[in-house]
Design a protein around this ligand. Structure first.
Ligand SMILES: [Fe+2]
Ligand SMILES: [Fe+2]
Length: 283
């Protein structure tokens, strides 16, 4: 992976995750802590607490009864789900704090990301993989480097998009040429900074080349294939018009067939609708 010294200096406005989140993550990572302590830590960030409850009660989880306290949410969903919801919520806040001008259309970009998340999750579930939620979040965040570039290095990134259109090349090829690093490199760096789970971090880093993901190849492959499939189905827009080459190794390892894809298309639409709450309205 690259060193980002020059690049990070140019992104001087990029905020780190706030200390309240770090406190909450400490509580979550402490095996001795209780649901009570977590609610206490979250009490200091009311907007985060209400957003967590909103997501827990969304169609994505589909619980039959309303979950009205954080204690209940932790008991039902478990610590790692709550931790992931908190991280995603805060990452959206970081993105929103950047440039108000966009070279990537936010609505279409997040639809691409959401589509990748649900598709990767559906394929994973059909193959009998647990950890479906982490697969979903890895897909949702796979291109996070693009929006961070767009929000905190806006002018340079608009040149990247221009170059990819003019030269008919993939966005990550133009990023490499203009910025010296791709959105996958930046995404990896950020995921480590933000202490995302290891499998999500690896999937973000290797979604263009899952064969390099070592023992996280499975999740990286799911995101890789989800990314390609939503592009082929024209769900949302990832910022360029090209479909990256499919990793033969991923295709072979997962034993996928064209029929398998045909069968899951209706489910992708249904799940996309249910997962919408993950994208805040003002994103
Ligand atoms: Fe990508
Ligand atoms: Fe993508």
């Amino acid at each position: 992976m690259k060193t980002f010294d020059g690049l990070m200096e140019r992104m001087e406005d990029l905020p780190s995750l706030p200390s309240t989140v770090m406190t909450i993550l400490d509580v979550l990572n402490n095996p001795e802590s209780s649901a009570n302590e977590l609610s206490e830590a979250l009490r200091h960030d009311q907007s985060l607490a209400s957003r967590v409850l909103r997501l827990v009660n969304s169609a994505y989880y589909g619980f039959p009864r309303k979950i009205d306290t954080l204690q209940k949410a932790v008991t039902i969903l478990g610590y790692s789900s709550i931790q992931n919801i908190i991280l995603v919520t805060k990452i959206f806040e970081v993105v929103r704090s950047g440039s108000k001008e966009h070279s990537l259309n936010p609505k279409r970009f997040w639809r691409h990301s959401l589509g990748c998340g649900v598709t990767a999750q559906i394929i994973g579930t059909k193959l009998g993989l647990r950890k479906g939620e982490e697969v979903f979040l890895a897909g949702l965040l796979h291109d996070i480097g693009k929006v961070i570039f767009d929000a905190f290095l806006h002018e340079e990134y608009s040149k990247v998009i221009e170059m990819s259109r003019e030269k008919n090349i993939l966005l990550y090829e133009a990023e490499e040429q203009i910025l010296g690093a791709t959105h996958a490199d930046l995404g990896y760096w950020l995921a480590e900074e933000w202490s995302l789970p290891l499998n999500i971090t690896a999937a973000i880093a290797h979604h263009h080349g899952p064969a390099q993901a070592g023992d996280q190849m499975l999740i990286a492959s799911l995101v890789h294939i989800g990314d390609i499939l939503v592009r082929a189905l024209e769900i949302g827009y990832g910022g360029d018009d090209f479909i990256q080459p499919l990793s033969r190794k991923s295709w072979g390892t997962l034993h996928l067939t064209p029929k398998f894809f045909e069968d899951i298309i209706p489910e992708i639409e249904t799940r996309l609708e249910k997962a919408k709450a993950f994208i805040p309205e003002n994103s």
